[in-house]
Design a protein around this ligand. Structure first.
Ligand SMILES: *[C@@H]1O[C@H](CO)[C@@H](O)[C@H](O)[C@H]1NC(C)=O
Ligand SMILES: *[C@@H]1O[C@H](CO)[C@@H](O)[C@H](O)[C@H]1NC(C)=O
Ligand SMILES: *[C@@H]1O[C@H](CO)[C@@H](O)[C@H](O)[C@H]1NC(C)=O
Ligand SMILES: *[C@@H]1O[C@H](CO)[C@@H](O)[C@H](O)[C@H]1NC(C)=O
Ligand SMILES: *[C@@H]1O[C@H](CO)[C@@H](O)[C@H](O)[C@H]1NC(C)=O
Ligand SMILES: *[C@@H]1O[C@H](CO)[C@@H](O)[C@H](O)[C@H]1NC(C)=O
Ligand SMILES: *[C@@H]1O[C@H](CO)[C@@H](O)[C@H](O)[C@H]1NC(C)=O
Ligand SMILES: *[C@@H]1O[C@H](CO)[C@@H](O)[C@H](O)[C@H]1NC(C)=O
Ligand SMILES: *[C@@H]1O[C@H](CO)[C@@H](O)[C@H](O)[C@H]1NC(C)=O
Ligand SMILES: *[C@@H]1O[C@H](CO)[C@@H](O)[C@H](O)[C@H]1NC(C)=O
Ligand SMILES: *[C@@H]1O[C@H](CO)[C@@H](O)[C@H](O)[C@H]1NC(C)=O
Ligand SMILES: *[C@@H]1O[C@H](CO)[C@@H](O)[C@H](O)[C@H]1NC(C)=O
Length: 826
């Protein structure tokens, strides 16, 4: 789910200074002639001011920040690949700091896949260190290896500020070897986006341009640079000015090496399950319970302390406890607050958990009994709600969930819930206990149920993974990534694995000859990536993989062409914001290092209090069903939280996020890049009937809450209709952080119409078997043919429970392959 967006608090990591950036330009623009060089720049400035909260999309920066750009006079007619830049950075504590720029394009200045420039005073005279960085995901950027270079033309440093003038060549060409090359066109776009961020803390080793550094703490945001305004007749003269400082280029860094364990030879498995998340964990449990030898492979490290996880607050307050942040409900939005390193996937441009438990380790644990319509409307025969009843019952007997997770039974921090539900009640919306009446989802509202148990996260890692681990026919490999499935025609024989960390496995792991099977549960991005690398997918994607892997990829004659990656869907999100004097913000990000003493003690000793609940004060959750102009009934889920967003500060504000669920007709596409990272290349949002229905939902909510005394609508502002408000919220890749819910689905769609035949559209059949194969299955969010009503974790677990029955019941193909039944053991 999307609890805290980049707005609400925070950009991840050390280093990951831009998650994604909103197309919201809060800068003051002007023109400035730098006195020492005489160069004139189009400037974008943040005023000197105090940063509040995480400083996301800040309108100020402590000490101020200015970025200037000069472009050749022909930039509007001939693409320029270079510019002259100006950075006036601040070091307000007098102890150094860094400033950064993300070179965006006309659509986006998101951190992934764009060239970042960091600069800081080295502490020696007027020296400034510059560093090109790059990342294909929400991860600490590494050295950029593309062709950009930077020549310093002027630098000056004093105790509170510094100035750098530089020429940046090839800085509008994005050609790190790991990415599919693209150029920012200054002639096609009248404006380009640039991101910025600043920190008042110096990098670890300021004299080293490749030093590590902490995440920004002094604001971040985005500028729109008007190409016309930045064009300067004297550009060519300025560009030949003599260098005054070092010339920086992208440099290669050593790739990490791990101490791996070789895959045991002479061992094979009946089932190899790829990915230990909401799909893979229940699958492994059910298959091992049936007596099969099962290997579950997870590329991440352990998360929950129970499984050996160790990721805790750096200052040690949680040390010695049998807990990590993944276990504590109140720390659940840590991944959005500086906690991506070693947790978030490094190979997708969206936020995802690549760690034991997958999404169920890093999300807010919302746990919904499936709305029957989610099966009945979206899924084919065999997957209707009546078919799913038994699996649902099993899932909810193991993980019942709770809407009052604190062990003392008290619900804490209910101001927001109380304010909003007063209005809903007087508008005749109905209060429900959601999991008692999963079908009652029209003008109803509820306290949010979570998978939590015993005051901890719980969920699949505390249930299914426990029972499967007790069996000696079950094996779990952490720190290990599956590179590809080796197959002969449509029959998988083995998998190639590589370590992602120490203790990971390397080599080729065998399936039981003849009868072995693979279940891919690597998530809506991980699953298509593995299929592409195994020669299963559309030709254009397989060609990208072939371009990178060459002849190590399966021969083209064995490619299986299915529309993998198409059909991408997600809850389309629109944030609205209200304020009310009764509502007050709880500082969840501060609970990482300095939790309230009382709350900390109550949690540690009794598993009670606010930290036993999900951050940030989630609730109420509200639903409405609305028929769109095209006659399709669409499901809306409103998720309230006590947190500002979209430029409205924390304090007494609440963000009410509106998710468009079942009935959504928009679909997008996930593709693979040269560096084998996954990218959302077509947004799964924006169908006009989807938008029109969302507009109605906003109008209805404004109307429903109108009786609440003293409520203020910040967004949409009073008097602005839902439709007019939607026109102001960008529907672009740049703004994907505000439009996504991270409930990605649909990239290996289930259906009876095999895409291998005629106009068929489906990737897997109703046994979850990939068409054209006899032993490759998919069981995760990828198979969902359409968006669901609620947050999807429990539906994915339920789908996996159901799939395990079908797969176990499926006869083995009568082929010439192999023959002996049952696997040998390690
Ligand atoms: C920024 O504002 C603070 C507080 O008003 C002031 O002390 C400081 O000198 C200002 N810095 C700059 C660079 O103007
Ligand atoms: C910088 O890049 C430009 C454009 O590719 C190239 O012509 C120039 O030689 C490079 N300079 C250095 C010092 O690498
Ligand atoms: C430090 O440099 C900044 C930027 O050039 C300038 O505005 C400021 O006046 C300087 N401060 C001092 C004390 O010289
Ligand atoms: C980007 O620009 C360079 C230099 O003009 C050109 O060689 C290259 O083909 C361009 N790449 C793309 C993807 O347009
Ligand atoms: C850690 O917590 C888990 C879950 O409550 C429990 O099963 C396990 O025994 C605990 N381990 C230790 C060493 O206390
Ligand atoms: C709510 O229901 C009551 C009783 O049926 C009715 O009198 C009232 O008008 C309704 N209020 C709204 C806002 O629809
Ligand atoms: C996985 O890697 C982490 C980080 O290096 C290490 O601490 C952990 O022990 C490894 N886990 C296994 C099971 O090897
Ligand atoms: C790949 O398949 C082609 C036929 O499409 C064949 O000519 C070629 O020999 C095969 N290459 C290998 C390495 O098997
Ligand atoms: C901690 O929370 C308690 C209970 O909400 C409150 O009374 C107390 O003032 C808080 N303490 C601090 C130091 O903020
Ligand atoms: C949802 O409830 C409202 C109010 O009762 C009703 O007007 C509307 O038709 C319902 N929506 C659907 C799709 O049934
Ligand atoms: C609304 O606010 C006013 C003053 O701001 C206050 O006097 C009044 O009691 C509030 N009303 C309610 C119902 O909270
Ligand atoms: C495929 O779609 C086209 C256009 O909708 C239609 O004319 C054709 O009959 C379809 N073919 C099959 C095999 O369904």
């Amino acid at each position: 789910m999307k609890t805290s967006s980049f707005f609400g608090g925070v950009i991840g990591v050390a280093l990951s200074f831009f998650h994604a950036i909103e197309a919201q330009d809060f800068a003051t623009h002007g023109t400035y002639t730098h006195p020492d060089t005489g160069i004139t720049f189009y400037t974008s400035s943040e005023a000197n001011g105090t940063i509040t909260g995480g400083g996301e999309l800040s309108m100020v920066s402590w000490g101020g920040f200015t970025f200037g750009m000069a472009l050749p006079p022909s930039a509007l007619t001939v693409d320029t690949h270079e510019y002259i830049g100006l950075i006036i950075g601040s070091t307000p504590t007098g102890k150094g700091g860094w400033s950064g720029i993300v070179h965006g394009d006309k659509q986006s200045a998101a951190m992934p896949n764009h060239l970042m420039l960091l600069a800081w005073p080295t502490g020696v005279g007027d020296q400034i260190a510059t560093s090109f960085r790059y990342s294909s995901a929400y991860q600490p950027p590494t050295a950029y290896k593309g062709s950009a270079n930077l020549t310093q033309l002027y630098s000056q440093v004093n105790s509170t500020n510094w100035v750098l003038v530089y020429r940046c060549q090839n800085c509008f060409i994005f050609d790190d070897p790991s990415q599919s090359t693209f150029n920012t066109s200054t002639s096609q776009a009248k404006s380009i986006l640039q991101g910025w961020a600043q920190s008042s803390v110096a990098p670890t080793d300021p004299k080293n341009p490749m030093s590590s550094f902490d995440q920004h703490n002094n604001g971040m945001g985005e500028f729109v640079v008007q190409v016309q305004s930045a064009m300067q007749a004297s550009y060519a003269v300025w560009a030949t000015k003599t260098a005054t400082g070092p010339i920086a280029t992208g440099t290669a860094t050593a790739t990490a090496t791990f101490t791996p364990i070789p895959v045991p030879t002479a061992t094979s498995y009946d089932y190899i399950v790829v990915g230990a998340g909401a799909g893979g964990i229940p699958m492994a449990d059910k298959l091992s319970a049936a007596g099969k030898s099962v290997l579950l492979i997870e590329k991440g490290v352990a998360s929950s302390a129970r499984w050996g996880g160790t990721i805790r607050p750096e200052n040690g307050w949680l040390d010695g406890q049998n807990l990590t942040w993944f276990d504590i409900p109140g720390e659940c939005n840590r991944i959005w607050n500086g906690g991506t390193t070693g947790v978030a996937c490094t190979d997708t441009d969206q936020m995802a958990g690549c760690i034991l438990g997958g999404g169920t380790a890093v999300n807010a644990g919302l746990w919904w009994k499936p709305n029957p319509s989610d099966w009945d409307v979206n899924f084919p025969a065999g997957w209707k709600s009546s078919d799913m009843a038994a699996a649902t019952k099993r899932v909810f007997s193991r993980i019942p969930g709770t809407d009052h997770p604190s062990m003392d039974g008290i619900r804490y921090l209910q101001d927001g819930f109380n304010v909003i539900t007063t209005g809903l009640a007087s508008a005749n919306w109905t209060s429900v206990t959601a999991n008692d009446v999963p079908e009652k989802k029209n003008r109803t509202y509820a306290h949010a149920p979570h998978m939590f148990s015993n005051g901890e996260r719980g969920g699949p890692m505390a249930t299914y993974l426990l029972s499967t681990s007790d069996r000696n026919n079950f094996h779990l490999w952490l720190n290990t990534s599956v590179e590809k499935i080796n197959r002969v025609g449509g029959h998988a024989t083995s998998l190639n694995v590589v370590p992602t960390n120490n203790g990971g496995r390397i080599g080729t792991v065998q399936l039981t000859p003849g009868t072995g099977r693979v279940v891919v549960s690597a998530g809506a991005f991980g699953t298509p990536k593995l299929l592409f690398r195994s020669g299963i997918g559309p030709a254009d994607q397989l060609q990208v993989v072939q371009g990178t892997e060459g002849t190590t990829m399966i021969n083209q004659s064995s490619w299986i062409h299915l529309p993998v990656g198409f059909g991408l869907s997600d809850h389309f999100n629109t944030d609205t914001v209200v304020s009310h004097p009764n509502v007050s913000y709880y500082d969840w990000p501060a609970a990482w290092l300095t939790p309230n003493e009382t709350d900390r003690t109550n949690y540690i000793t009794k598993r009670s209090g606010p930290l036993a609940q999900a951050a940030p004060n989630i609730g109420p959750i509200m639903w409405e069903e609305i028929k769109g102009p095209d006659g399709i009934v669409r499901h809306m889920q409103w998720q309230a939280r006590v947190e500002g967003s979209n430029g409205i500060p924390n304090g007494n504000s609440m963000t009410l996020s509106l998710y468009l669920g079942r009935g959504e007709v928009s679909r997008g596409r996930a593709t693979i890049s040269k560096g084998l990272s996954m990218i959302v290349s077509e947004l799964p949002y924006g169908d006009p009937n989807d938008l029109a229905t969302v507009a109605t939902a906003i109008d209805n909510m404004v109307n429903a809450l109108k009786t609440i005394p003293n409520i203020t609508w910040n967004l949409p502002p009073p008097g602005v209709s839902g439709a007019d408000y939607l026109k102001t919220v960008d529907l672009t890749y740049a703004n994907i952080g505000a439009r996504r819910a991270n409930h990605w689905m649909g990239t290996a769609k289930m259906g009876t119409d095999s895409a291998l035949v005629g106009n068929g559209t489906s990737v897997v059949d109703t046994n979850c078997k990939v068409y054209g194969t006899d032993n490759i299955f998919v069981a995760d969010a990828s198979i969902f043919p359409g968006m669901v009503t609620t947050n999807p974790s429990a539906l994915i677990v339920t789908a996996s429970e159901h799939a395990s029955d079908l797969i176990l019941a499926l006869p083995y193909p009568q082929t010439g392959h192999g023959g002996h039944h049952g696997g040998s053991e390690e």
